[in-house]
Design a protein around this ligand. Sequence first.
Ligand code: ZN
Length: 118
Amino acid sequence: MGSRCKQCAALFVPPRPICIKCHESEMEWVEMTGKGTLAAFTAISIGPAFMAEEGYNRKNPYCVGVVELEEGARVDARIERVDATQPETIKVGMPMIVKFLHRGEGVDKKTYLAFEPV
Ligand SMILES: [Zn+2]
Protein backbone atom coordinates (compact mmCIF):
# COMPACT_ATOMS: atom_id res chain seq x y z
CA MET A 1 0.00 0.00 0.00
CA GLY A 2 1.04 3.56 -0.63
CA SER A 3 -0.42 6.95 0.18
CA ARG A 4 -1.40 9.69 -2.26
CA CYS A 5 -1.66 13.38 -1.42
CA LYS A 6 -5.20 14.66 -2.02
CA GLN A 7 -3.77 18.13 -2.75
CA CYS A 8 -0.99 17.49 -5.29
CA ALA A 9 -1.41 13.75 -6.07
CA ALA A 10 2.18 12.88 -5.05
CA LEU A 11 2.47 9.15 -4.34
CA PHE A 12 4.52 7.66 -1.50
CA VAL A 13 5.61 4.06 -0.96
CA PRO A 14 5.94 3.25 1.90
CA PRO A 15 2.97 5.47 2.81
CA ARG A 16 3.55 8.83 4.53
CA PRO A 17 1.01 10.65 6.73
CA ILE A 18 2.09 14.08 5.43
CA CYS A 19 3.04 15.07 1.87
CA ILE A 20 6.72 16.06 1.68
CA LYS A 21 6.09 18.10 -1.48
CA CYS A 22 3.23 20.40 -0.38
CA HIS A 23 2.90 19.54 3.37
CA GLU A 24 -0.75 18.53 3.01
CA SER A 25 -1.96 16.03 5.63
CA GLU A 26 -5.04 14.81 3.73
CA MET A 27 -3.77 11.54 2.31
CA GLU A 28 -5.58 8.57 0.78
CA TRP A 29 -4.58 4.90 0.65
CA VAL A 30 -3.62 3.52 -2.74
CA GLU A 31 -3.09 -0.18 -3.47
CA MET A 32 -0.10 -0.92 -5.70
CA THR A 33 -0.11 -3.65 -8.34
CA GLY A 34 3.26 -4.89 -7.06
CA LYS A 35 4.72 -4.66 -10.56
CA GLY A 36 7.57 -2.47 -11.71
CA THR A 37 11.04 -2.37 -13.22
CA LEU A 38 14.49 -2.43 -11.68
CA ALA A 39 15.84 1.15 -11.60
CA ALA A 40 19.13 0.56 -9.75
CA PHE A 41 20.79 -2.20 -7.73
CA THR A 42 23.89 -3.22 -5.84
CA ALA A 43 25.32 -6.54 -4.72
CA ILE A 44 26.30 -6.61 -1.02
CA SER A 45 29.03 -8.95 0.19
CA ILE A 46 29.38 -7.64 3.74
CA GLY A 47 25.95 -6.92 5.18
CA PRO A 48 24.45 -6.36 8.61
CA ALA A 49 24.39 -9.16 11.20
CA PHE A 50 20.82 -10.26 10.42
CA MET A 51 21.78 -10.83 6.76
CA ALA A 52 24.89 -12.76 7.80
CA GLU A 53 22.58 -14.95 9.91
CA GLU A 54 20.61 -15.73 6.75
CA GLY A 55 23.85 -17.04 5.23
CA TYR A 56 24.97 -14.05 3.16
CA ASN A 57 28.69 -13.27 3.05
CA ARG A 58 31.57 -12.55 0.62
CA LYS A 59 31.02 -15.89 -1.13
CA ASN A 60 27.24 -15.55 -1.12
CA PRO A 61 26.36 -11.86 -1.68
CA TYR A 62 22.78 -10.59 -1.88
CA CYS A 63 21.17 -7.92 -3.99
CA VAL A 64 19.25 -4.81 -2.99
CA GLY A 65 17.80 -2.33 -5.40
CA VAL A 66 15.36 0.41 -6.24
CA VAL A 67 12.23 -0.65 -8.09
CA GLU A 68 10.17 1.87 -10.01
CA LEU A 69 6.56 0.77 -9.59
CA GLU A 70 4.03 0.94 -12.43
CA GLU A 71 2.32 3.68 -10.44
CA GLY A 72 5.51 5.79 -10.59
CA ALA A 73 6.81 5.59 -7.02
CA ARG A 74 10.29 4.21 -6.36
CA VAL A 75 10.89 1.83 -3.49
CA ASP A 76 14.01 0.24 -1.93
CA ALA A 77 13.83 -3.51 -1.51
CA ARG A 78 15.70 -6.78 -1.49
CA ILE A 79 16.00 -8.28 -4.97
CA GLU A 80 15.53 -12.04 -4.90
CA ARG A 81 16.14 -14.78 -7.49
CA VAL A 82 19.05 -12.96 -9.14
CA ASP A 83 22.69 -14.07 -9.08
CA ALA A 84 24.47 -11.44 -6.97
CA THR A 85 27.78 -13.26 -7.58
CA GLN A 86 27.39 -12.24 -11.25
CA PRO A 87 25.95 -8.71 -11.09
CA GLU A 88 26.52 -8.31 -14.85
CA THR A 89 23.55 -10.67 -15.33
CA ILE A 90 21.24 -8.29 -13.42
CA LYS A 91 19.84 -5.59 -15.70
CA VAL A 92 18.36 -2.18 -14.99
CA GLY A 93 14.92 -2.20 -16.62
CA MET A 94 14.19 -5.86 -15.77
CA PRO A 95 10.46 -6.37 -15.04
CA MET A 96 9.93 -7.11 -11.34
CA ILE A 97 7.11 -8.36 -9.17
CA VAL A 98 6.70 -7.96 -5.43
CA LYS A 99 7.43 -10.79 -3.02
CA PHE A 100 6.98 -10.59 0.75
CA LEU A 101 9.65 -12.26 2.90
CA HIS A 102 8.65 -13.49 6.35
CA ARG A 103 11.36 -13.98 8.96
CA GLY A 104 11.14 -15.07 12.59
CA GLU A 105 8.25 -16.52 14.59
CA GLY A 106 5.46 -15.22 16.83
CA VAL A 107 5.94 -11.67 18.13
CA ASP A 108 9.38 -11.56 16.47
CA LYS A 109 7.93 -12.30 13.03
CA LYS A 110 8.81 -9.57 10.55
CA THR A 111 7.83 -9.04 6.95
CA TYR A 112 10.30 -7.58 4.46
CA LEU A 113 9.60 -6.13 1.07
CA ALA A 114 11.39 -7.81 -1.82
CA PHE A 115 11.04 -8.09 -5.58
CA GLU A 116 12.00 -10.80 -8.03
CA PRO A 117 12.24 -10.92 -11.83
CA VAL A 118 8.92 -11.74 -13.55
ZN1 ZN B 1 1.10 17.10 -1.78
